[in-house]
Write a protein that binds this ligand. Structure first.
Ligand code: ADE
Length: 239
C-alpha cells in the first residue's frame, strides 16, 4: 500500500519510523511518503493561509498549494491504473473513524491524507480532490485537535497494522477490542500471584473450553459496563 501525507508539520510523522510500521516500511510492505505542503508554495514566506472571506476568526488554508500538491501526488498517472486514490481529510466535521473504517481503508492501494491546520481548508479543495479520487472527511472523535496530524497518525497506525504482513501474528488481530464488536477480554502473565492479586483460576485450569467461555463472558461483561452503546439493544440489558 502507498500512503502519502501532506502536512505543514512533516516532522510530526517521525514516529512512524518506529516499531511495526517502521519495519513494514523497511520491508517495502508500506510505502509511506510524508510531504511538506509548503513545497508547493512559490512566495518568499511559503504562505499556506489567508483570511476568511465573509470575516470571522482565524485563518483558512489557501487552495493553490493544495491543488498543486494533489496534482502531483494524487493524479491518476501517479496511481495504479485500476484504482483512484482515496483522499482523506481529517476533520472534526467528518464521519467518525472506527475499526470498520480502518478495515475498509486497509484494502485500498493508495491513500492520501491532507492535514488541515488553522480554521480549515478552503472548501473548493475538497471539490477539486473529488475529481482525482474518492474524498473522505474523517473525524477521530467528538473533540477538536489543533490540526489533522495527530488524527492522521492514529489512522495510519490503525490502517497500517491491518495490512497483511505488518503484524507478525495475524491471530492477534482477531482477538482484540472492536474486531468482533466487543471489548477484548483481560490478559494476565506470570507470576500467578502478584501483590495479593491472583490470576483467575480458570486460566490456570488447562480447560480450553472453560477458558473460551470465561473470556467471552468477560468480553460481554466489560462491554456492557464500559461501552453499552456497542451492544445490540437486546444484549445490553441482559444479565
Ligand atoms: N482535526 C481537528 N480535530 C479533529 C478531529 N477530532 N478528528 C480529525 N481531525 C481533526
Amino acid at each position: 500500500m502507498r500512503i502519502d501525507v501532506l502536512s505543514i508539520f512533516p516532522s510530526y510523522f517521525d514516529g512512524l519510523t518506529l516499531s511495526l510500521l517502521g519495519k513494514a516500511r523497511d520491508a517495502g510492505i508500506l510505502d509511506l511518503r510524508v510531504r511538506d505542503l509548503r513545497d508547493w508554495t512559490s512566495d518568499r514566506h511559503r504562505t499556506v493561509d489567508d483570511t476568511p472571506y465573509g470575516g470571522g476568526a482565524g485563518m483558512v488554508m489557501k487552495p493553490e498549494p493544495w491543488g498543486l500538491a494533489l496534482d502531483e501526488i494524487a493524479r491518476p498517472s501517479e496511481t495504479p491504473a485500476a484504482e483512484r486514490p482515496t483522499i482523506i481529510f481529517p476533520s472534526p466535521a467528518g464521519e467518525v473513524f472506527t475499526q470498520k473504517t480502518a478495515r475498509e481503508l486497509a484494502t485500498r492501494e493508495h491513500l492520501v491524507f491532507g492535514c488541515g491546520r488553522y480554521e480549515g481548508i478552503d472548501e473548493r479543495v475538497f471539490d477539486y480532490a473529488a475529481d482525482l479520487g474518492e474524498v473522505r472527511l474523517i473525524s477521530l472523535g467528538d473533540y477538536v485537535l489543533n490540526g489533522g496530524e495527530v488524527a492522521t497518525m492514529a489512522m495510519v497506525e490503525a490502517i497500517g497494522r491491518l495490512i497483511p504482513g505488518v503484524v507478525g501474528n495475524p491471530e492477534s488481530l482477531v482477538e482484540e477490542s472492536h474486531e468482533d464488536g466487543l471489548l477484548e477480554y483481560p490478559s494476565y502473565t506470570k507470576p500467578a500471584s502478584w501483590r495479593d492479586h491472583s490470576v483467575p483460576d480458570v486460566l490456570l485450569s488447562g480447560n480450553h473450553a472453560a477458558i473460551d467461555a470465561w473470556r467471552r463472558e468477560q468480553q460481554l461483561e466489560r462491554t456492557r459496563r464500559r461501552r453499552p452503546d456497542l451492544l445490540p439493544t437486546d444484549q445490553s440489558s441482559a444479565s
